[in-house]
Design a protein. Structure first.
Length: 394
Protein backbone atom coordinates (compact mmCIF):
# COMPACT_ATOMS: atom_id res chain seq x y z
CA UNK A 1 0.00 0.00 0.00
CA UNK A 2 1.20 3.51 -0.73
CA UNK A 3 1.05 6.06 2.08
CA UNK A 4 -1.92 7.69 0.37
CA UNK A 5 -3.75 4.35 0.23
CA UNK A 6 -2.91 3.65 3.86
CA UNK A 7 -4.24 7.05 4.92
CA UNK A 8 -7.40 6.67 2.89
CA UNK A 9 -8.05 3.18 4.23
CA UNK A 10 -7.42 3.79 7.93
CA UNK A 11 -7.73 7.52 8.69
CA UNK A 12 -11.17 9.11 8.79
CA UNK A 13 -11.25 11.43 5.82
CA UNK A 14 -12.11 14.72 7.53
CA UNK A 15 -9.47 16.72 5.62
CA UNK A 16 -9.00 17.52 1.94
CA UNK A 17 -5.40 16.31 2.15
CA UNK A 18 -2.29 16.90 0.10
CA UNK A 19 -0.16 13.75 -0.09
CA UNK A 20 3.36 15.16 -0.12
CA UNK A 21 5.20 13.05 2.45
CA UNK A 22 7.41 15.36 4.51
CA UNK A 23 10.10 13.59 6.45
CA UNK A 24 12.05 16.36 8.19
CA UNK A 25 12.80 20.03 8.30
CA UNK A 26 15.26 22.64 9.50
CA UNK A 27 14.23 26.21 10.16
CA UNK A 28 11.72 27.18 7.50
CA UNK A 29 12.75 24.46 5.04
CA UNK A 30 10.88 21.16 4.82
CA UNK A 31 12.05 18.05 2.94
CA UNK A 32 9.84 15.40 1.38
CA UNK A 33 10.65 11.69 0.97
CA UNK A 34 12.28 12.39 -2.43
CA UNK A 35 14.61 14.98 -0.96
CA UNK A 36 12.77 17.88 -2.58
CA UNK A 37 12.85 20.99 -0.40
CA UNK A 38 10.06 23.45 0.32
CA UNK A 39 10.14 26.88 1.90
CA UNK A 40 7.52 26.80 4.61
CA UNK A 41 5.49 30.02 4.71
CA UNK A 42 2.69 28.25 6.63
CA UNK A 43 4.38 26.69 9.69
CA UNK A 44 1.56 24.20 10.09
CA UNK A 45 -1.16 26.78 10.41
CA UNK A 46 0.87 29.26 12.39
CA UNK A 47 2.02 26.59 14.82
CA UNK A 48 5.76 26.01 14.25
CA UNK A 49 6.60 29.44 15.64
CA UNK A 50 10.29 28.62 16.10
CA UNK A 51 10.69 26.64 12.87
CA UNK A 52 11.35 22.95 12.25
CA UNK A 53 14.07 21.00 13.97
CA UNK A 54 14.70 23.82 16.42
CA UNK A 55 17.46 22.51 18.65
CA UNK A 56 16.60 24.49 21.73
CA UNK A 57 12.96 23.38 21.61
CA UNK A 58 13.87 19.78 20.75
CA UNK A 59 16.35 19.62 23.64
CA UNK A 60 13.83 21.09 26.10
CA UNK A 61 11.22 18.51 25.05
CA UNK A 62 13.76 15.69 25.10
CA UNK A 63 15.21 16.61 28.50
CA UNK A 64 11.72 16.95 29.97
CA UNK A 65 10.57 13.65 28.45
CA UNK A 66 13.47 11.86 30.14
CA UNK A 67 12.45 13.26 33.55
CA UNK A 68 8.61 13.37 33.68
CA UNK A 69 6.23 13.67 30.74
CA UNK A 70 3.04 13.73 32.71
CA UNK A 71 1.45 13.53 36.10
CA UNK A 72 -2.08 14.68 36.88
CA UNK A 73 -3.24 18.25 37.41
CA UNK A 74 -4.05 17.24 41.00
CA UNK A 75 -0.33 17.77 41.55
CA UNK A 76 1.54 21.04 41.20
CA UNK A 77 3.55 21.15 37.94
CA UNK A 78 6.67 23.33 37.98
CA UNK A 79 7.02 24.16 34.25
CA UNK A 80 3.25 24.92 34.15
CA UNK A 81 3.53 27.47 36.98
CA UNK A 82 6.60 29.01 35.31
CA UNK A 83 4.88 29.23 31.93
CA UNK A 84 1.86 30.93 33.53
CA UNK A 85 4.23 33.42 35.18
CA UNK A 86 5.96 34.08 31.86
CA UNK A 87 2.63 34.64 30.07
CA UNK A 88 1.57 37.04 32.83
CA UNK A 89 4.84 39.01 32.50
CA UNK A 90 4.50 39.21 28.72
CA UNK A 91 0.86 40.26 29.08
CA UNK A 92 1.94 42.99 31.48
CA UNK A 93 -0.94 42.44 33.92
CA UNK A 94 -1.70 40.32 36.95
CA UNK A 95 -3.46 37.50 35.10
CA UNK A 96 -4.22 33.86 35.78
CA UNK A 97 -3.85 31.09 33.20
CA UNK A 98 -5.71 27.83 32.57
CA UNK A 99 -3.95 25.41 30.22
CA UNK A 100 -5.76 23.32 27.63
CA UNK A 101 -4.55 21.25 24.68
CA UNK A 102 -5.93 23.21 21.77
CA UNK A 103 -7.46 26.46 20.62
CA UNK A 104 -11.05 25.22 20.61
CA UNK A 105 -10.61 23.95 24.16
CA UNK A 106 -9.15 27.27 25.24
CA UNK A 107 -12.23 28.98 23.79
CA UNK A 108 -14.49 26.47 25.57
CA UNK A 109 -12.76 27.45 28.80
CA UNK A 110 -13.27 31.14 28.00
CA UNK A 111 -16.98 30.54 27.31
CA UNK A 112 -17.40 28.66 30.60
CA UNK A 113 -15.57 31.40 32.50
CA UNK A 114 -17.81 34.06 30.92
CA UNK A 115 -20.99 32.12 31.72
CA UNK A 116 -19.94 31.70 35.34
CA UNK A 117 -19.13 35.42 35.51
CA UNK A 118 -22.65 36.06 34.20
CA UNK A 119 -24.10 33.82 36.91
CA UNK A 120 -22.28 35.15 39.97
CA UNK A 121 -21.85 38.85 39.21
CA UNK A 122 -25.41 39.85 38.36
CA UNK A 123 -28.87 39.46 39.92
CA UNK A 124 -30.31 38.29 36.63
CA UNK A 125 -28.10 35.70 34.96
CA UNK A 126 -26.29 36.81 31.83
CA UNK A 127 -25.18 34.12 29.41
CA UNK A 128 -25.37 35.34 25.81
CA UNK A 129 -22.19 35.74 23.82
CA UNK A 130 -22.01 37.91 20.72
CA UNK A 131 -19.63 36.84 17.96
CA UNK A 132 -18.77 38.20 14.51
CA UNK A 133 -19.60 36.97 11.05
CA UNK A 134 -16.75 35.22 9.23
CA UNK A 135 -15.01 34.42 12.48
CA UNK A 136 -13.48 31.09 13.42
CA UNK A 137 -13.32 29.80 16.98
CA UNK A 138 -12.93 26.03 16.70
CA UNK A 139 -14.63 22.71 15.98
CA UNK A 140 -16.22 21.64 19.26
CA UNK A 141 -20.00 21.95 19.54
CA UNK A 142 -19.84 25.26 21.41
CA UNK A 143 -16.97 26.85 19.48
CA UNK A 144 -18.35 25.76 16.12
CA UNK A 145 -21.57 27.57 17.06
CA UNK A 146 -19.50 30.60 18.09
CA UNK A 147 -17.90 30.46 14.64
CA UNK A 148 -19.76 32.95 12.47
CA UNK A 149 -19.92 30.96 9.26
CA UNK A 150 -23.07 29.06 8.32
CA UNK A 151 -21.08 26.45 6.43
CA UNK A 152 -19.84 25.26 9.84
CA UNK A 153 -23.38 24.60 11.08
CA UNK A 154 -24.85 21.90 8.85
CA UNK A 155 -28.05 20.32 10.15
CA UNK A 156 -26.34 16.96 10.60
CA UNK A 157 -24.60 18.16 13.78
CA UNK A 158 -27.67 19.84 15.30
CA UNK A 159 -28.78 20.67 17.94
CA UNK A 160 -26.09 23.27 18.60
CA UNK A 161 -25.31 25.05 21.85
CA UNK A 162 -27.62 27.98 22.59
CA UNK A 163 -26.63 31.46 23.61
CA UNK A 164 -24.53 32.65 20.68
CA UNK A 165 -25.57 35.37 18.30
CA UNK A 166 -23.52 36.27 15.31
CA UNK A 167 -23.41 39.92 14.25
CA UNK A 168 -22.38 41.16 10.83
CA UNK A 169 -20.11 44.03 11.76
CA UNK A 170 -18.36 45.44 14.79
CA UNK A 171 -20.45 48.61 14.62
CA UNK A 172 -23.67 46.65 15.15
CA UNK A 173 -22.50 44.91 18.33
CA UNK A 174 -23.53 47.75 20.63
CA UNK A 175 -27.13 47.54 19.38
CA UNK A 176 -27.21 43.77 19.75
CA UNK A 177 -26.42 43.85 23.47
CA UNK A 178 -29.33 43.03 25.78
CA UNK A 179 -29.65 42.41 29.53
CA UNK A 180 -28.62 38.78 29.07
CA UNK A 181 -25.41 39.51 27.17
CA UNK A 182 -22.37 38.46 29.16
CA UNK A 183 -19.56 38.70 26.60
CA UNK A 184 -18.40 39.60 23.13
CA UNK A 185 -15.94 37.21 21.52
CA UNK A 186 -13.83 38.37 18.57
CA UNK A 187 -10.68 37.81 16.58
CA UNK A 188 -8.90 41.13 15.98
CA UNK A 189 -7.51 39.69 12.76
CA UNK A 190 -9.70 36.98 11.28
CA UNK A 191 -7.31 34.15 10.55
CA UNK A 192 -9.61 31.88 8.56
CA UNK A 193 -11.87 34.71 7.40
CA UNK A 194 -9.48 36.37 4.93
CA UNK A 195 -6.73 37.73 7.26
CA UNK A 196 -9.09 40.67 7.80
CA UNK A 197 -8.07 43.27 10.36
CA UNK A 198 -10.76 44.93 12.50
CA UNK A 199 -10.57 48.74 12.42
CA UNK A 200 -8.53 50.01 15.39
CA UNK A 201 -10.82 52.93 16.30
CA UNK A 202 -13.92 50.72 16.29
CA UNK A 203 -12.22 48.12 18.49
CA UNK A 204 -11.12 50.80 20.96
CA UNK A 205 -14.65 52.17 21.07
CA UNK A 206 -16.17 48.73 21.57
CA UNK A 207 -13.72 47.92 24.38
CA UNK A 208 -14.74 51.13 26.15
CA UNK A 209 -18.47 50.49 25.74
CA UNK A 210 -18.16 46.93 27.03
CA UNK A 211 -16.17 48.05 30.08
CA UNK A 212 -18.92 50.59 30.92
CA UNK A 213 -21.60 47.91 30.65
CA UNK A 214 -19.56 45.30 32.55
CA UNK A 215 -19.67 42.97 29.54
CA UNK A 216 -16.61 40.79 29.03
CA UNK A 217 -14.42 41.20 25.97
CA UNK A 218 -13.00 37.85 24.91
CA UNK A 219 -10.28 38.10 22.28
CA UNK A 220 -9.48 34.84 20.50
CA UNK A 221 -5.72 35.12 19.98
CA UNK A 222 -5.28 31.45 19.10
CA UNK A 223 -3.78 32.51 15.77
CA UNK A 224 -2.73 36.13 16.41
CA UNK A 225 -1.06 35.55 19.78
CA UNK A 226 2.47 34.55 20.82
CA UNK A 227 4.35 37.24 18.83
CA UNK A 228 2.72 36.53 15.46
CA UNK A 229 1.70 40.19 15.19
CA UNK A 230 5.20 41.34 16.18
CA UNK A 231 4.02 41.87 19.77
CA UNK A 232 3.21 39.12 22.27
CA UNK A 233 -0.51 39.80 21.72
CA UNK A 234 -2.27 41.57 18.89
CA UNK A 235 -4.43 43.10 21.67
CA UNK A 236 -1.29 45.02 22.68
CA UNK A 237 -0.98 46.35 19.13
CA UNK A 238 -4.58 47.56 19.44
CA UNK A 239 -3.89 48.98 22.89
CA UNK A 240 -6.77 47.13 24.54
CA UNK A 241 -6.93 45.00 27.68
CA UNK A 242 -9.46 42.20 27.11
CA UNK A 243 -11.10 40.36 30.00
CA UNK A 244 -10.15 37.00 28.55
CA UNK A 245 -7.71 36.07 25.82
CA UNK A 246 -7.13 32.61 24.43
CA UNK A 247 -3.88 31.29 23.00
CA UNK A 248 -2.83 28.04 21.35
CA UNK A 249 -1.28 27.61 17.91
CA UNK A 250 2.24 29.06 18.30
CA UNK A 251 2.55 28.62 22.06
CA UNK A 252 4.24 25.21 22.14
CA UNK A 253 6.16 25.49 18.87
CA UNK A 254 4.16 22.47 17.62
CA UNK A 255 3.56 20.61 20.88
CA UNK A 256 -0.20 20.79 21.58
CA UNK A 257 -1.08 23.43 24.17
CA UNK A 258 -3.73 26.10 24.64
CA UNK A 259 -4.35 28.73 27.29
CA UNK A 260 -7.12 30.85 28.78
CA UNK A 261 -5.63 34.06 30.17
CA UNK A 262 -7.64 36.45 32.35
CA UNK A 263 -7.32 39.10 35.04
CA UNK A 264 -10.58 37.70 36.53
CA UNK A 265 -8.77 35.23 38.74
CA UNK A 266 -11.58 34.70 41.26
CA UNK A 267 -14.24 33.22 38.95
CA UNK A 268 -13.12 29.62 38.57
CA UNK A 269 -12.74 27.57 41.74
CA UNK A 270 -11.62 23.97 42.21
CA UNK A 271 -13.84 21.63 40.23
CA UNK A 272 -15.21 24.21 37.80
CA UNK A 273 -13.00 23.25 34.90
CA UNK A 274 -10.25 20.80 34.10
CA UNK A 275 -8.25 18.81 31.60
CA UNK A 276 -6.36 15.54 31.83
CA UNK A 277 -3.46 16.58 29.62
CA UNK A 278 -3.72 20.37 29.73
CA UNK A 279 -0.51 22.05 30.86
CA UNK A 280 1.43 18.86 31.53
CA UNK A 281 5.21 18.74 31.89
CA UNK A 282 5.90 18.08 28.23
CA UNK A 283 3.72 20.79 26.71
CA UNK A 284 4.64 23.47 29.23
CA UNK A 285 8.35 22.66 28.92
CA UNK A 286 7.85 23.22 25.18
CA UNK A 287 5.94 26.44 25.90
CA UNK A 288 8.71 27.77 28.12
CA UNK A 289 11.41 27.00 25.55
CA UNK A 290 9.32 28.51 22.74
CA UNK A 291 8.65 31.75 24.64
CA UNK A 292 12.35 32.02 25.60
CA UNK A 293 13.35 31.82 21.95
CA UNK A 294 10.66 34.25 20.80
CA UNK A 295 11.33 36.75 23.57
CA UNK A 296 15.01 36.79 22.57
CA UNK A 297 14.38 37.46 18.87
CA UNK A 298 11.92 40.18 19.84
CA UNK A 299 14.45 41.81 22.20
CA UNK A 300 17.40 41.73 19.80
CA UNK A 301 15.36 43.21 16.94
CA UNK A 302 15.47 40.16 14.66
CA UNK A 303 11.70 39.63 14.69
CA UNK A 304 10.84 43.24 13.82
CA UNK A 305 13.51 43.33 11.09
CA UNK A 306 12.39 40.13 9.35
CA UNK A 307 8.75 41.25 9.52
CA UNK A 308 9.68 44.46 7.69
CA UNK A 309 11.74 42.49 5.18
CA UNK A 310 8.87 40.07 4.53
CA UNK A 311 6.46 42.93 4.00
CA UNK A 312 8.81 44.52 1.44
CA UNK A 313 8.80 41.25 -0.50
CA UNK A 314 4.99 41.10 -0.45
CA UNK A 315 4.84 44.68 -1.75
CA UNK A 316 7.10 43.67 -4.65
CA UNK A 317 4.76 40.77 -5.45
CA UNK A 318 1.73 43.08 -5.53
CA UNK A 319 3.56 45.61 -7.69
CA UNK A 320 4.56 43.00 -10.27
CA UNK A 321 1.17 41.24 -10.23
CA UNK A 322 -1.49 43.92 -10.21
CA UNK A 323 -3.55 41.80 -12.55
CA UNK A 324 -3.77 39.08 -9.87
CA UNK A 325 -3.76 40.72 -6.45
CA UNK A 326 -5.48 43.71 -4.86
CA UNK A 327 -3.80 44.30 -1.55
CA UNK A 328 -1.75 43.06 1.39
CA UNK A 329 -3.74 42.39 4.56
CA UNK A 330 -2.85 41.54 8.16
CA UNK A 331 0.10 42.57 10.27
CA UNK A 332 3.42 41.15 11.47
CA UNK A 333 3.89 37.58 10.33
CA UNK A 334 0.17 37.07 9.74
CA UNK A 335 -0.29 38.25 6.18
CA UNK A 336 -2.64 37.86 3.28
CA UNK A 337 -2.39 38.60 -0.41
CA UNK A 338 -5.92 39.38 -1.48
CA UNK A 339 -6.44 37.88 -4.94
CA UNK A 340 -8.81 39.26 -7.59
CA UNK A 341 -10.88 36.08 -7.30
CA UNK A 342 -10.93 32.60 -5.82
CA UNK A 343 -9.64 31.04 -9.03
CA UNK A 344 -6.38 33.02 -8.76
CA UNK A 345 -6.21 32.19 -5.05
CA UNK A 346 -6.44 28.44 -5.61
CA UNK A 347 -4.13 28.41 -8.65
CA UNK A 348 -1.52 30.42 -6.75
CA UNK A 349 -1.49 28.02 -3.79
CA UNK A 350 -1.16 24.98 -6.11
CA UNK A 351 1.44 26.45 -8.44
CA UNK A 352 3.52 27.81 -5.56
CA UNK A 353 3.53 24.35 -3.95
CA UNK A 354 4.87 22.87 -7.21
CA UNK A 355 7.73 25.36 -7.07
CA UNK A 356 8.43 24.34 -3.50
CA UNK A 357 6.70 26.92 -1.29
CA UNK A 358 3.92 26.20 1.19
CA UNK A 359 1.27 28.88 1.64
CA UNK A 360 -2.31 28.71 2.94
CA UNK A 361 -5.81 29.61 1.92
CA UNK A 362 -7.90 32.06 3.93
CA UNK A 363 -11.46 33.05 3.13
CA UNK A 364 -12.45 32.76 -0.52
CA UNK A 365 -9.85 35.01 -2.11
CA UNK A 366 -6.82 35.37 0.14
CA UNK A 367 -3.44 33.63 0.00
CA UNK A 368 -2.26 33.45 3.60
CA UNK A 369 1.29 33.60 4.96
CA UNK A 370 2.06 32.42 8.50
CA UNK A 371 5.81 31.75 8.41
CA UNK A 372 7.77 30.66 11.43
CA UNK A 373 8.76 33.72 13.47
CA UNK A 374 12.41 32.64 13.31
CA UNK A 375 12.51 32.60 9.49
CA UNK A 376 15.75 34.02 8.05
CA UNK A 377 16.20 36.59 5.27
CA UNK A 378 17.80 33.88 3.11
CA UNK A 379 14.73 31.67 3.49
CA UNK A 380 12.48 34.64 2.72
CA UNK A 381 14.54 35.42 -0.41
CA UNK A 382 14.38 31.83 -1.61
CA UNK A 383 10.66 31.54 -0.90
CA UNK A 384 9.78 34.72 -2.78
CA UNK A 385 12.06 33.83 -5.73
CA UNK A 386 10.08 30.59 -6.09
CA UNK A 387 6.76 32.31 -5.52
CA UNK A 388 7.48 34.91 -8.20
CA UNK A 389 8.46 32.15 -10.62
CA UNK A 390 5.21 30.32 -9.89
CA UNK A 391 3.19 33.48 -10.50
CA UNK A 392 4.66 33.80 -13.99
CA UNK A 393 2.79 30.59 -14.86
CA UNK A 394 -0.65 31.74 -13.74
C1 LIG B 1 -7.07 27.52 14.85
C2 LIG B 1 -7.99 28.40 15.56
C3 LIG B 1 -8.87 27.90 16.53
C4 LIG B 1 -9.00 26.42 16.83
O1 LIG B 1 -7.84 25.87 17.36
P1 LIG B 1 -7.70 24.27 17.44
O2 LIG B 1 -6.37 24.08 18.11
O3 LIG B 1 -7.74 23.75 16.05
O4 LIG B 1 -8.83 23.79 18.27
C5 LIG B 1 -9.67 28.79 17.21
N1 LIG B 1 -9.62 30.11 16.97
C6 LIG B 1 -8.79 30.63 16.03
C7 LIG B 1 -8.76 32.10 15.80
C8 LIG B 1 -7.96 29.78 15.30
O5 LIG B 1 -7.15 30.29 14.35
Amino acid sequence: MTLEELDKKYVLQTYARDYTNFTHGTGSTLYDENGKDYIDFASGIGVNSVGHGNEKLANAVCEQAKKIIHISNLQVIEPQAKLAQKISELYGEDVGVFFSNSGAEANEGAIKLARKYGEIKFDKKRYKIITLENSFHGRTLATVKATGQDSFHPSCFAPYIEGFSCIQSLKDIENAIDDETVAVMIELIKGEGGVAELPHDEVEHLAKVLKEKDILLIVDEVQTGVFRSGEFLVSQVYGIKPDIITLAKGLGGGVPIGAVVTPHKDIFVAGDHGSTFGGNYLSTAAGNATLDILENIKKDGQLDATIVYFEEKLKEVIKANQDKFDSITGIGFMRGLKAKNSDIQIKTIKQVMKEGVIVLKSGNNTVRFLPSLTITKDEINEGFARLNKALENI
